[in-house]
Design a protein around this ligand. Structure first.
Ligand SMILES: Cc1cc2nc3c(=O)[nH]c(=O)nc-3n(C[C@H](O)[C@H](O)[C@H](O)COP(=O)(O)O)c2cc1C
Length: 203
């Protein structure tokens, strides 16, 4: 087994937990070179990608946010294992034989996996004040949550989410824009990690 295959096997364990908890049908696609070999993929910044995560689940209003939330859990796990990732909504080809989409389900988005040429570069983040609302000063945990959310990737670096504090309840809203519900799920996963789940409940 190569190093990457070992890391992917460890990641597969996290998949099981995510699928059980969420009811999603997330699949690991390995040794499939076609999805990232087309014009669109090269137009993006991909080369040599043969492994990716297919975020699949039951069609419905909650699918995008759920895929964002659990996909980002897998992204952070992959990074901890030494694998780099990129969320990809557009610039890939759908290779339908590589994964299973049951009736009533939909492929929402994929996440490429591999060794990046580098570890990525920090993006520009909005100030915390631009993505939070509260009556009064922000508690430390709430600020930490928002800061972590601002480190999350969003499609086209939009960061169009807002976290509102009410007592120890937090509501998170997506703005308008492409893939903003997926972005919201990603940001909520980061918010929880930064704020500490024990400090609040989602409204
Ligand atoms: C929901 C979503 C969809 C994305 N779709 C694409 C895509 O189709 N092609 C691509 O090259 N990058 C895509 N990206 C990657 C973003 O361009 C990149 O993550 C974003 O600019 C933030 O940069 P960062 O990862 O350095 O923080 C997507 C990111 C997200 C969150």
């Amino acid at each position: 087994m190569t190093d990457q295959q070992k890391e992917l096997a460890l990641l597969a364990e996290e998949f099981e937990d995510c699928n059980q908890e969420s009811g999603l049908h997330i699949q690991l696609v390995m040794n499939e070179p076609k999805a990232f070999d087309g014009f669109m993929a090269h137009y993006g910044k991909f080369s040599g990608v043969t492994n990716y995560i297919a975020m699949i689940g039951k069609k419905g209003p909650e699918l995008d946010e759920k895929c964002g939330y659990y996909g980002e859990r897998l992204v952070l796990k992959a990074q901890q294992l030494g694998l780099n990732t990129c969320w990809v909504a557009m610039t890939y080809s759908k290779v339908k034989t590589a994964f299973t989409v049951n009736s009533g389900e939909k492929l929402c988005i994929v996440i490429s996996l591999g060794y990046g040429k580098n570890e990525g570069v920090p993006h520009k983040s909005k100030p915390v004040e631009a993505v939070t609302k509260a009556n009064g000063p922000l508690p430390g945990w709430f600020r930490s949550g928002a800061e972590a959310a601002l480190l999350a990737p969003t499609a086209m670096n939009q960061q169009k989410f807002v976290f509102t504090l009410n007592g120890n309840k937090v509501s998170a809203k997506a703005g308008l824009g492409f893939y903003s519900k997926i972005d919201l799920g990603i940001a909520k996963y980061h918010f929880e990690a930064g704020a500490g789940k024990e400090n609040f409940t989602w409204a």
